[in-house]
Structure formats: C-alpha cells, structure tokens
Design a protein around this ligand. Sequence first.
Ligand SMILES: *Cc1c(COP(=O)(O)O)cnc(C)c1O
Length: 423
Amino acid sequence: MNWLEKDKELIWHPFTSLLGGAAPIFIESAKGPYLYTSDGRAILDAVSSWWVNIHGHSHPYIAAAIAEQAGQLEHVIFAGFTHQPAIRLAENLMKILPPNQKKVFFSDNGSTSVEVALKMAFQYWYNQGIDKKKTIALNGAYHGDTFGAMSVGERSPFSSPFNPYLFDVEFIDFPTGENDSEVLDQFKSLVSYGQVGAFIFEPLLQGAGGMRVYSKDILDSMISFAQDNDVICIADEVMTGFGRTGKLFATDHLENNPDIMCLSKGLTGGTMALGITSCSQKIVSAYESEDTLKTFFHGHSFTANPIACATANASFELLMKAECQEAIKRISDQQKKAASRFNSFKTVKKTRNLGTLLAVELNTGDGTSYFNEVRKRIYPYFLEKDILLRPLGNVIYVLPPFVIQNNELEKVYSSIEQFLKEL
Ligand SMILES: *Cc1c(COP(=O)(O)O)cnc(C)c1O
C-alpha cells in the first residue's frame, strides 16, 4: 500500500471532508518558501503554511536550536519547575511587547492562548467578586476552534453543530470605515450598560473572517473607552504578531495598549506548537493573593515545552536581525504596489493591504462566504502552477514567509493577474 492510500484509510485531516475531496499532496521536504513533493514539484508557499511560517521552512538556525535543546532538556513539568529556554523567551518577548505587558503564561497553540486569555479575564472579575460576565467581540471574528475561542468567534456554518454549547457574546458590527461612528456608538452603549468584563479583537486585521482590515482610529477609540470603563481588552495577535502587519505587533500601530495579548503561529517561526498569553500588572494584581482559591488553575502537559521555547528564541533572534526587518519592509512595499495593480481589474471588488498582507476580494456576487463557488476554482488553479494560495471564499490573499524574494512574489502576482483575466 502506498503512503496516500494509508493516509486515506487512517487519517482525518483538518477542515477537510471525508468524502469527495482531492487527495492530499505528499510533501517530502521543505526549504525557504518551497514545499517539495516526492515527484519533484517545488510548490511556492504563499500562505506561510496557514500563516505560521515567517523565516522559511526547515531553517538551519532553528533546526540547530531544536537539536541542541532536544539533547539537553526535552521537557519537564512546568508546575514547580522552570528552565532557561522559557525564562529567556519571556525576557525576549518583554523587549518587544507593549511596555505594559508584565507576565507571560505558556500554552500550546493559538486557540489555547485565547482560552487562557478569556479565563484570565473572567477570573480577574471573579477573584474580586465583581459581576461583569459579558464579553464583546466583532462580527466576523475568528479566535480558534476550541469552545471558548469559538464562543467569541463569528457564528458560522463551521460553528453550527456547536452553537447551542457556546456561551453568549455581544457581537458588534465590523467597522468598515463608512459605519465606524455607528459601530463606536454600539460599542459605547454596550460598555455603558455596565456588565461587560472583556473585549476581544484581532487588532486591525481579521484573518479567517476574510482578511479584513479596519482602522486604527476606531480600535484606539474602542480600547480607550473600554479601559476608561474598566473593561479588559484582549488583543488576539495570533496571526498579526511577529511582523505580519509591517510592525512587530499590530498593536504597535495603536496608541492604547491592550491588557492581555495572545501569541502563537509566528512565535516559533512556524516550526513548533507554542502559545503565549501575556498580561499587564493590572491583571496579575487580581491573582496576587494568599487565598489559594484565587490561583489561576490552568495548565497543559506541554506548558512551556523547552524545545518549543528554544525554537521561539531562535526565531526571535532571526526576526530581530536587520536583514529580516528589511525583508518585511521590502515585502510590504511589493504587496502595496501589487494591490494598486489588481485594483484596475473589473473582476476585483476591492484589494486590502496591511504590511506583508495582500488580499484581493473578487467580484463574484455571492459574497465572502467560505463556501463561495469560486473558491473551488482558485485553489487548484494556483496549485497547478505550483503556487499554494488557499482562498477564503472569494478572497485570494498572499501572506508569505519573509524569505520570499521579489521574483517569487512576481510569479504569484502574475498568476493572480492571469486568473483575474480568465475569471
Ligand atoms: C489561527 C488563529 C487562532 C487559532 O490558532 P490555532 O493555533 O490554529 O489554534 C486564533 N486567533 C487568530 C486570530 C488566528 O488567526
């Protein structure tokens, strides 16, 4: 039996229907922005393997850090024990996170970093005996696939089977620019009602919701109003963190600092599973107590796994190099130019660009639904050209690792142009 037959028999893939789908592509190795198949194809990874990869695949510096750490200390329980990779990572992150962030809590992925953030915020109120159980989120939000994360995400066909089990959240309209003042009014009246304990958002850029960008002014106004009214602001930077928006974090574009931040994806350069939730002293203070029942009782088997932390430290060093910062500028520049190039097509409804992200929304009538028919054409169209683009409904986006070169970006752009002409 060959590998693909065994895969089909034994494995359940994410976001993939068990019947009728195309067979997965068997990847043997990867280097830089390329994924190599056993039959000799080199596929250009223009979506950073689900937005995680920032320094290219199988980076030798990261690989060496993993090997070294694996030979030294592979894992140890993190309750009652600690180690250098975790402490160094905390120290490294404190150098680049907003200055109000004071402590980090480790978990395993983006969804768990959101679960931790929500639980941290909810217990913040519980510990003080204050009844503020409502949470505000934005329409179109995506915060992960676990229950808490799903609860604060948009109710969609993906969440339908689980909707009865999700906790209630107040969703406000997505600020489109035209409706910003109404959205701010909605937000203010909810907050003024008094029961709101937390506000969670993907800062400036909603990822899974269709790569939608919104203005920093409205987000700043919302955070500022929320904090004036003692509402905990949670910035989910799982996707936007580590250079994606042109700055290290999307919140670096803002005047106001969130109380809690969620990190994953680019944290380890996209190499190991790791999540981090950071928070300000305000949050920490509600837990500094002799009363055992005010402890944050949360933890995962692999909390602060030393190999994952060492990987994140290696990725951090690469990210801070001038070379990487210049690449982020160069790619942001290219993406901006490409956006104006695609704008002239009749088949394009809108382009969006923020830092290293470029999104092209197609004029296909039936909206941005993930199940938009055009999606079924886009994915194989580009794969045939050895380019990995995974559209969100009628939105094609390019979110590459920072090692992608201009000629490789050009290859992606000209195939998108070709597609727009044929559409
Ligand atoms: C991907 C994503 C998550 C979930 O992260 P996982 O590692 O897939 O669990 C949460 N929030 C945002 C904004 C994301 O883009």
